[in-house]
Design a protein around this ligand. Structure first.
Ligand code: ADP
Length: 449
């Protein structure tokens, strides 16, 4: 096992990784920007090093500074968390090449193949995994978009090959929208992901977002830990996630889990990863792979009892996964509520500022992953998510009741947060019934009002 690990991240996920390290007897190294001198992850670590000014591009994304820090601190492993450099195959390759340092993540070649949505689709098709109808080759002209629109039927989505979180995705509802949509998808791809490559797939109007958690070791064991349902989204960003999905029956659950296993095996994948699908009318379609730990990994941990970050570390150290697929048991239900510093009454605009009150709930079945305390300044430079509330209970019904109790006792003030929005969702009949699809918040609830 590693002696000392550098976490190339901040916030709750940095703390989450350090917790797993502590349990394995690994010393931890934090990096921080000027805005994060007193941040929770810095407090939690055994050692901490400043890597630059507040903007992420000059600190948490500064590959050179991070590699130098790892060297200076004598770290023998780097965990990237999520966001920042977590899906940067070039950075992973640099870590792989650095002497004496292990990358806690998949091989950079697998990241490269799966990080690009067009090549990922090709890998999945080779493994006999159904993909969203569309092209698996880049698309260049509006004429091609119109041809595909005719072939698959409108609406179609033009998506950036390197995209994610709905960025770089443009919906085309009729032929005359093709030209403008193509230009703006390319522009966004270039701006956010440094890649103007785009492709076209059928846009499903009311799908469920269902994703499968994978763990794969270097000894040929590939396990799936069941699925998560992340259909409650606002503008294609996940807001509430749960496990298991209320939308799957046993046969579909089995089929989707096995498809995910086949797909990552084909890619020569190791470590933790997530295979995302859209589900409509009992059919499932591959959408993309996230080659990293995800925000919502927690709900899978709660229903399987498996510490996913611990397994990431063990896999990276060359150890074997403990279980066979038949040993993975799903028990009960878990729901995660993202606690974002955003104002639900003002189009969910970020609300940086001082955290005046912060008393998270506790008690049976309630877990809070965070890295903040009262008096902290919520910086506007980063992600607006300041904590995650994860609630577990034996059934979904009881999980909803327990969530009401937990959210009712989440005492937080200073910046506006989306806690009041979550409380409203618990009264929403469609959400309670588990019938919400990815378009639900934007089209039905009028989340902007
Ligand atoms: P990520 O899953 O990394 O956020 P995407 O940008 O591919 O990446 O997808 C974000 C969300 O956009 C999905 O969860 C889904 O709600 C929606 N979406 C993506 N592709 C499609 C599609 N072809 N049809 C319908 N919705 C889609």
């Amino acid at each position: 096992m590693f002696d000392k690990l550098l976490v190339a991240n901040r916030g709750e996920i940095a703390v989450r990784v350090m917790q797993a390290c502590e349990e394995l007897g690994i010393e931890t190294v934090a990096i921080y920007s000027d805005a994060d001198r007193n941040a929770g992850h810095v407090e939690f670590a055994d050692e901490a090093y400043n890597v630059g000014p507040a903007p992420a591009s000059e600190s948490y994304l500064d590959q050179e500074a991070i590699l130098e820090t790892a060297d200076r601190a004598g770290a023998d492993a780097i965990h990237p968390g999520y966001g920042f450099l977590a899906e940067n195959a070039a950075f992973a390759a640099r870590v792989e090449d650095a002497k004496g340092i292990t990358w806690v993540g998949p091989p950079s070649e697998a990241m490269e193949a799966l990080g690009d949505k067009t090549t990922a689709r090709q890998v999945m098709q080779a493994a006999d995994v159904p993909v969203v109808p569309g092209t698996s080759d880049p698309v260049d002209s509006a004429a091609e978009v119109r041809e595909l629109g005719d072939e698959f039927g409108y609406p179609v989505a033009i998506k950036a090959a390197g995209g994610g979180g709905g960025r770089g995705m443009k919906i085309v509802r009729s032929a005359d929208e093709a030209e403008d949509a193509l230009e703006s998808a390319k522009r966004e791809g270039e701006a956010y992901f440094d890649d103007a490559t785009v492709y076209v797939e059928k846009y499903l109007e009311s799908p469920k977002h269902v994703e499968v958690q994978i763990l794969a070791d270097e000894h040929d064991t590939v396990l799936h830990l069941g699925e998560r349902d992340c259909s409650l989204q606002r503008r294609h960003q996940k807001v509430i996630e749960e496990a298991p999905s209320p939308a799957l029956d046993g046969a579909l659950r089995e089929a989707i889990g096995e498809a995910a296993r086949r797909g990552v095996r084909e890619a020569g994948y190791t470590n933790a990863g997530t295979v995302e699908f859209l589900v409509e009318d009992s059919e499932f379609y591959f959408m993309e792979v996230n080659t990293r730990i995800q925000v919502e990994h927690t709900v899978t941990e709660e229903v399987t009892g498996i510490d996913i970050v611990r397994e990431q570390l063990r896999i990276a150290a060359g150890e074997e996964l403990p279980d066979a697929q038949a040993d993975v048991d799903i028990n009960g239900h878990a729901i995660e509520f993202r606690i974002n510093a955003e104002n639900p009454a003002a189009e969910f605009a970020p609300t940086p500022g001082e955290l005046e009150t912060y008393v998270p709930p506790g008690g049976l079945g309630v877990r809070v992953d965070d890295a903040v305390t009262e008096g902290d300044e919520i910086a506007g430079d980063y992600d607006s998510m300041i904590a995650k509330l994860i609630v577990r209970a034996p059934t979904r019904e009881r999980c909803l009741e327990r969530s009401r109790r937990a959210l009712g006792h989440f005492d937080i003030s200073g910046p506006e947060t989306i806690v009041p929005f979550h409380r409203l969702m618990l009264d929403d009949a469609t959400f309670r019934a588990g019938e919400h699809t990815t378009d639900y918040l934007d089209s039905e609830v009028g989340a902007d009002e």
